[in-house]
Design a protein around this ligand. Structure first.
Ligand code: GYE
Length: 326
């Protein structure tokens, strides 16, 4: 009898050991441990769009949702952002999210992440690096956004060759690259005149200063402002109005903008912005979904661009604006 009890005890202990060993190796699984995520943001307060984007990620990757989020703000310094990512690798996070300041300079640090077995998710901005260095990208289609805008310019100035001034985003950011490419292709195809082109660094104040100097130089020759985000469009409008120029509407200086933040859709309704192309910053839930999919053993799509539309001064309504989430 004693011998039987001893055998039973050994069997029970062996089963217990096997059960303990079966807790998932991956983080955030049944162990209940928070999923540790390093978020390399380009510049958290860079623009209204960026503030909404940062907030969206912080809300979606909350402790309540099973995450420990570590935010690193590079202040739009590309070299610092690469160092931020290396810092996450050294901290042995479970995942890394990057909204890249610049498309270039990623091969080495992403190679280190790969060696460390840390999945990298690109959010918003794309980069020039081998696709095997990151799990996936999710964001807006910047080139197609630019095409929506240039299609509107072609309609507004049908049969004419408008004089265009171009306020670019921070040079090297994929949003700037895509939107600029669309405009430059349309200028060359349609024979439009590019009077001036300069980066306004996504900033209202910088764009206002640049626009004021262009007004001095070109005066009433300016037919259209192509501003690669809402903040710069606002700066250009301020400069034009302070110079006594008519802005937007049916016969003012035509204003193109991107991002479609709510405050600037209000300016579109007022007729100050003629065409405002949406670029959705609320990417946090999609990133959280991707991480949970990977945690569950799934494989997300390599590229996932979000549906986007455009708003126009002569068709937008207050009802449309009131329903907008950002
Ligand atoms: O247009 C701008 C932001 O990458 C789409 O960056 C984003 C751009 C956006 O600062 O406002």
């Amino acid at each position: 009898m004693k011998r039987l009890i001893a055998i039973l005890l050994v069997v029970v202990m062996a089963i217990g050991l096997v059960a303990c060993g079966s807790t998932p190796a991956t983080t955030g699984g049944n162990s209940g441990k928070l999923i540790k995520v390093g978020f390399a943001q380009c510049k958290a307060d860079e623009s209204d769009w960026r503030k909404a984007n940062t907030k969206s990620v912080q809300e979606a990757l909350s402790k309540e949702n099973g995450f420990e989020l570590i935010l690193a703000d590079s202040n739009n310094d590309a070299a610092k952002q690469v160092a931020d990512v290396q810092g996450f690798i050294d901290q042995e996070v479970d995942y890394i999210i990057i909204a890249a300041v610049n498309v270039d300079g990623w091969d080495t640090v992403l190679g280190n992440a790969k060696k460390a077995g840390i999945p990298v998710i690109l959010m918003d901005r794309t980069i020039n690096a081998s696709e095997d260095l990151y799990v996936c990208w999710v964001g807006g289609g910047f080139y197609n956004e630019g095409v929506k805008a240039t299609d509107w310019i072609a309609k507004r100035f049908a049969g004419k060759k408008p004089n265009i001034v171009h306020l670019q985003g921070q040079l090297g950011a994929s949003a700037q690259v895509g939107r600029t490419q669309a405009l430059e292709e349309a200028i060359s195809k349609n024979g439009w005149n590019l009077l001036a082109q300069q980066t306004g660094e996504w900033s209202t104040d910088t764009a206002k200063e640049i626009m004021a100097s262009w007004i001095q130089q070109y005066g009433d020759k300016i037919d259209c402002v192509y501003a690669e985000n809402d903040n710069m469009a606002d700066g250009a409008i301020q400069a034009l109005e302070e110079a006594g120029k008519k802005v937007g509407g049916d016969d003012g200086v035509a204003i193109i903008s991107f991002d479609a933040n709510k405050a600037y859709l209000q300016m579109t309704l007022e007729g100050k912005i003629n065409c405002n192309v949406e670029c959705n910053p609320l990417l946090g839930p999609k990133v959280a979904e991707i991480i949970k999919k990977i945690e569950g053993g799934g494989q997300p799509a390599k590229k996932e661009s979000i549906d986007e539309t455009a708003f126009y001064y002569d068709t937008i309504t207050q009802e449309i604006i009131d329903k907008r989430p950002y």
